[in-house]
Design a protein around this ligand. Sequence first.
Ligand code: TEU
Length: 547
Amino acid sequence: MYPRSFADSDGDGVGDLPGIRDRVDHLSWLGVGAVWLSPFFPSGGADNGYDVSDYRAVDPVLGTLADFDELVDELHRRDIRVIVDQIYNHTSDEHPWFDASRSAIDDARRDWYFWRSARPGTEPGALGAEPNDWQSFFGGPAWTFDERSGQYYLHLFHPKQPDLDWSRDEVRAEVHDTMRWWLDRGVDGFRLDVIGLIAKPDGLPDAGNHRSLIAMLVEHPRLRDHLRELRRSVAIGRGARPVLIGEMPGVTPELARDISDVRHDELDMVISFDHVQLDHGRDKWDHRPSVPAHLGRALERWQTTFGADGWNLLYLGSHDQPRAVSRFGDDGELRDRSAKTLATIVHLLRGTPFLYQGDEIAMADFPFATIDQLRDVESLRHAATLIEVGATEREVIASIRPVSRDNARTPMQWDAGPHAGFSEAAPWMEPNPDHSTWNVVDQLADASSVLHHHRRLIRFRRDHRVVVDGDYVPLLVSDEVYAFARRLGDVRLTVVANLSDRAVSTPALDGLDGDLVLGDGSGDEDANAGLLGPWESRVHLSAGSTT
Ligand code: TEU
């Protein structure tokens, strides 16, 4: 959940914690087991809260600590667990720690961050004098020159997000202490922002390019030490084991399997990126629309690499990705059916499905037309670089629109009314105009809606152990069809999905003779003709003794 975009309770146009509390019925009705809250802490305002300036408080725009406590109580009353985002690869440059660190070369907190002199033989502050070749995720060098000290500081993201040096014992101790502080407030676990980037190699060597930088960091052996230490430090003296979910750009399935293997006592799950980079050429802006069925191939690789070890985290959407139905499905004529089929796949694979707010009603990408509709720092910085080289606004929007993170940050579409029922005031981002026909109220009233389909999937998972504990059995990945089975004892669940916009003949697969338990409601005429309709999915259960 992205608190800024979920529900606004006080009419300032920005979503807040009381707004979530007022909408807990929606979560409870859907049947979710836990919510991951994106940051709601005071921040420097550079990256919608992913630049924290106080780790033990609530941004006044989003509420108070009392509001947070009330929300936790309300969610726990509904048996919904609370996962809080923790951003410790970097702080805000407005955090007191960084104020101290930048104040003087000999300050006690100077080495809490990465300060380095200009590359030897260069003019400090001149372009190309940066200490190494590392590039920011948001474009440009990952170093900013500080006139006062004549040194550069490292920021893998925005200059207002200086990286913390995790090799310092006191940094790690502070992180662990603050996480225990949130656990004491009733939090059930954490999503660890870009935790795969925290181990920097000694000497900070050149990386060659951005992809090899990420690989160098995420595969650094010291990362595993930090994860094991983190696990131990937050688990001390606690009854329930806090859930630890690590976001790791560049992680391979093999590494994610090992890190999420409960025997290694590191993390419970890893947020990976292979499947959400299928449409990346040189980078995300070099957008190459992927063949939808390639999604099946990417997901299958992770399923078969994990096998019975480790634990997969399954997702298609997040606050960082364009909307799933627009990217992987068909947000035109087949929006309803493709959204249901994508959800069916994600919810029936082996692992834990993460549902991003709005995907339960198939919210789609926003029709951006002008740069002033954008809010995300990543998109705005890319727009600036394009304009610098003479791009027109149309060209800028064409480059940004299909992949912008802003697609996922437009207000939740509660109803067809003003501001989509998100707020009494004009929201900080324009609601998608299609909220008039794609919204919670309308879909609640329609048992065949995408919303009800998600509820059925979540319920199905609860009622059939094969979904959680069953083995993954590869069946078919073609340019149109993705099919797999799940097997537990003599129970077999068979999923077949047409990930294309044309009817295909139903593949001859074991298990399709079982009971049809979760279709997407499309007509049976296709089935009788031996066809799978465009974007049609079917789930068959051959119930044995254990279901
Ligand atoms: O995202 C890290 C990250 O890898 C994303 O920046 C992703 O690569 C990119 O958005 C793809 O377009 C985490 C947070 O989820 C993101 O919101 C923050 O901007 C980022 O870290 C910095 O904290």
